[in-house]
Design a protein. Structure first.
Length: 132
């Protein structure tokens, strides 16, 4: 369901600040997991997750879930421990931005000109905001 305009109580500045902070925090955790710290074999690949097209952006990892965007028009939520897909959300076009997660919401921009807010637990769209 697409909301008209910006959701009440959230400014553009607040959204951008949340996206930046969540992305920075997520990237640090992704680096830790990829190197395999805490496992018996540092650097060992724990799992691999395939999308239907290229992944050219950085993932965000929050609460044991990796949020990954792909050129196949989807935002994926992947269990960071097992690599299993929890859900996927289809946008209107190629996803061209790294996802960010804050307050239980995953945010992602799409070439269709929208910023999408997706419930991080369920993958259901909360709102979208037209950026162009």
């Amino acid at each position: 369901m697409k909301a008209a305009g910006r959701p009440a109580g959230i400014t553009r500045r607040q959204t951008l600040l949340a996206l930046g902070g969540a992305t920075a925090a997520g990237l640090g955790f992704v680096g830790w997991k990829i190197r395999g710290r805490g496992s018996s074999a540092p650097g060992e690949r724990r799992w691999k997750f395939r999308t239907r097209d290229s992944v050219l952006t950085s993932p965000a990892v929050v609460g044991g879930v990796a949020y990954v965007t792909s050129y196949d028009h989807n935002l994926y939520a992947v269990d960071a421990g097992t690599g299993g897909q929890r859900w996927k959300f289809r946008t209107g076009d190629v996803v061209s931005s790294s996802p960010a997660v804050a307050g239980g919401v995953a945010f992602v921009g799409s070439v269709d000109g929208n910023l999408y807010a997706v419930d991080a637990a369920t993958g259901e769209q909360r709102w979208s905001f037209r950026t162009v």
